[in-house]
Ligand binder design. Structure first.
Ligand SMILES: NC(=O)c1ccc[n+]([C@@H]2O[C@H](COP(=O)([O-])OP(=O)(O)OC[C@H]3O[C@@H](n4cnc5c(N)ncnc54)[C@H](O)[C@@H]3O)[C@@H](O)[C@H]2O)c1
Length: 252
């Protein structure tokens, strides 16, 4: 990486105030990126950005609700205004619900799919168009094992949204390939994170671990390192893929 801050590449991560998103932002920052920490909770995003760089020189916070396409445009404009360009987008934000399938109302189903899948779609459109104009870009979408196997602890709406993310990753990858923009997905199984702790009560954890061939939860920093790898200029030949990180729960 370069030594001058002004020439450090810029990565924007959604839902980066906590959990896996914060680990991704941290690993990108450690790899030499200027990082835009975005979240629907702007105060939490600011706290997270301060943790990366309290001077603000290499980390900034921006409020971004992924359900709003105009939020992506405003965030992009704000970053270009401050740092000149963006090279990497990580569509990480999502809502996780675990309602049993027969109890999910159509409204709840549509809401979760709209936020998770619609949000990722809007981000790919806005940032993909900008990156294509620049002739370079890296988009990494957070999918999930649930999008591949239907889910275990999570709901049908969440699983459907994540399956959809794997599909639109391929669609945008084809659309943007000739413009120097790659689009890939990462599909984690259960990761050591506040979300899994919230979803799986302490007493159910041994049962969850017993079902994972690797016998333990996944590491959020490793997900961050996968993002760093996919964001490298040398990753130009990898697009439309989904990288599995699930302890052996799903093999293909
Ligand atoms: N934790 C896991 O085990 C796991 C497994 C598979 C996939 N994932 C995926 O990884 C990503 C991060 O998961 P996590 O466990 O860190 O989740 P999390 O719930 O801990 O964090 C999600 C973040 O997104 C933000 N957010 C929620 N709605 C938003 C919106 N509309 N706009 C912008 N930000 C919003 C929240 O404020 C929060 O900071 C998600 O896409 C999730 O589906 C996580």
């Amino acid at each position: 990486m370069t030594t001058s801050i002004a020439t450090q590449p810029v990565a924007l991560v959604t839902g980066a105030a906590q959990g896996v998103g914060f680990h991704i932002a941290s690993r990108l920052h450690q790899a030499g990126y200027r990082v835009v920490v975005t979240d629907i909770n702007v105060d939490a995003a600011q706290t997270a950005a301060n943790q990366l760089d309290s001077s603000g020189a290499t980390a900034m916070a921006v409020g971004l609700n992924i359900a709003s396409k105009s939020d992506y445009q405003q965030a992009l404009d704000a970053v270009i205004d401050r740092w000149g360009s963006v090279q990497v987008l990580v569509n990480n934000a999502a809502v996780t619900r675990a309602t049993p399938v027969m109890e999910i109302s159509l409204e709840e189903f549509n809401e979760v799919v709209s936020i998770n899948l619609g949000g990722c779609f809007g981000g790919c459109q806005v940032m993909g168009a900008y990156m294509a104009e620049q002739g370079f870009g890296r988009i990494i979408n957070m999918a999930s094992l649930a999008g591949q196997n239907g889910g275990t602890s999570t709901g049908a709406h969440y699983a459907a949204s994540k399956g959809g993310i794997i599909t639109i990753t391929k669609v945008f990858a084809k659309e943007l390939a000739a413009s120097g923009v790659t689009v890939n997905a990462i599909a984690p199984g259960p990761i050591e994170s506040p979300m899994v702790k919230a979803l799986v009560p302490e007493e159910r954890l041994p049962g969850l671990l017993a079902n994972i061939p690797a016998g333990r939860l996944g590491d959020a920093d490793f997900i961050g390192d996968m993002v760093v790898q996919l964001a490298r200029p040398e990753a130009y030949f990898t697009t439309g893929t989904t990288w599995d990180v699930n302890g052996g729960l799903f093999m293909r």
